[in-house]
Ligand binder design. Structure first.
Ligand SMILES: [Mn+2]
Length: 426
């Protein structure tokens, strides 16, 4: 899937009927389950995480598939309205110091069966869909056991008291954006208490482009404090501690440009914050969350186009999503490999035959000057990524490094080359 930049079983088989049958049998096999495939996500992540401070970033994305009223393909509802598909929850390991994607950690791929009618507060965590945040964090503790420190990073959905009580451990931290306000010991809430703190510092931060936001430089002020969260009164969960100690960081944009939504982030973390530098560090770690959004984009519109799959049943679509998630993580590593000097082997993403072809293309593409030479050691991922980026139209005189779209185009071109080359060898 990585080398072909595609998840379409028919196209992956390159017109070879027995190969296509083998893919289908694999997806249909009852012993091949989405859970087993998810377990396989992390084989290489374990050792890559050793000794590092790892940001374990998790998030959920709905993968929509086309259905009709007569044929839902066995898929439950996702998102709003009459949309059907599967829900992918994934956790990526990212090096806290240099932002390198170390690989997938865990998660789940599910499709909803039936509607939930008991109200949210009346169900215990084990019954709730939100339990995925806690169970994936537990997977992280096991997969990332060799890491020096683990910081689990969640968006707002991952902010709930049970998670704060279940997950943190001596070298396991939690960093989450505030969702509902929490009561704090002083008889206040997080929001009101942080607002009364003095501004500790100011900085200009570049905001990335979003669907409803143009990129801009925002003038932000930062506040921080340590606080004691109080156990919610309405919980039916048993055994929760009375209080939990956290640090709170608030970012505000006091004077946003006209027509722009002002920035207002409140972050909660179990990391201790004593200095202004430490508070900004927390903000920078939280900003790394964009990597998982890139990952979902790679899987969908900008990359593998998983939502175009024509597979007929929910069970097989779940397995396909589980396989494609691993492919998307490797594409992300490829994009990064080109930017840095990543010495991991090219076999991470390519077969032995494909690497032979990459070596040939590499010879042809290099120019006479040093600058036009592939600067990376042979057979590394960075070396392969240089060739793929060139195929995607990137030029070494361009100031900007190649992005996911260039790689997507490069991989598509590579696939055509590879088919022709394999055919010639027949
Ligand atoms: Mn989310």
């Amino acid at each position: 899937m990585v080398a072909c930049a595609d998840v379409c079983v028919r196209r992956l088989a390159q017109g070879c009927w027995p190969t296509q049958m083998r893919f289908w049998r694999f997806l249909a096999n009852e012993r091949v389950t989405a859970d087993k495939l998810v377990e396989g996500w992390s084989d290489r992540t374990r050792s890559a995480a050793a000794g590092r401070h790892v940001l374990a970033i998790q998030d959920t994305s709905d993968i929509k598939f086309a259905t009709t009223a007569d044929n839902r393909r066995g898929l439950g509802k996702v998102g709003k309205g009459n949309v059907h598909g599967v829900r992918l929850h994934a956790m990526l390991a990212v090096d806290a110091d240099d932002g390198a994607v170390l690989g997938l950690v865990g998660g789940q791929v599910v499709t909803r069966q039936g509607d939930v009618d008991t109200s949210h507060a009346k169900r215990t965590l084990a019954d709730k869909e939100s339990s995925r945040w806690v169970s994936t964090a537990e997977q992280a503790k096991e997969v990332l056991a060799q890491a020096a420190t683990i910081t689990i990073v969640n968006d707002r959905e991952g902010d709930f008291y049970t998670h704060w009580s279940a997950t943190p451990a001596p070298n396991v931290h939690l960093l989450t954006r505030l969702m509902n306000d929490h009561a704090v010991a002083e008889g206040e809430t997080v929001r009101s208490a942080i607002a009364r703190k003095p501004v500790a510092g100011k900085a200009v931060i570049e905001l990335r482009k979003r669907i409803n936001r143009r990129p801009r430089a925002a003038h932000l002020s930062i506040r921080f404090a340590s606080m004691t969260l109080q156990r919610p009164r309405n919980t039916i969960e048993k055994g929760l501690p009375d209080t939990i100690q956290v640090s709170v960081v608030e970012l505000r944009e006091p004077r946003p440009p006209q027509d722009a939504e002002p920035v207002h982030w409140i972050l909660l973390t179990t990391h201790a914050i004593e200095t202004l530098d430490q508070a900004w560090q927390i903000v920078r770690w939280y900003q790394q969350r964009w990597i998982i959004e890139q990952f979902f984009r790679t899987l969908k519109l900008q990359g593998l186009r998983i939502e175009d799959s024509q597979l007929a049943s929910a069970d097989r679509l779940c397995k396909l999503v589980a396989i494609a998630a691993k492919a998307a993580a490797i594409v992300m590593q490829l994009v990064q490999a080109r930017a840095g000097s990543d010495a991991r082997p090219a076999t991470l993403a390519f077969t032995a035959d494909q690497i032979k072809l990459i070596a040939l293309l590499n010879q042809r593409m290099q120019g006479k000057t040093t600058r036009q030479k592939n600067p990376h050691p042979e057979n590394t991922l960075a070396w392969a990524a240089w060739v793929i980026a060139k195929l995607g139209g990137w030029h070494e005189y361009q100031a900007k490094p190649p992005g996911p779209v260039t790689f997507h185009n490069g991989l598509a071109t590579f696939r055509t080359f590879f088919e022709g080359w394999a055919f010639k060898n027949v």
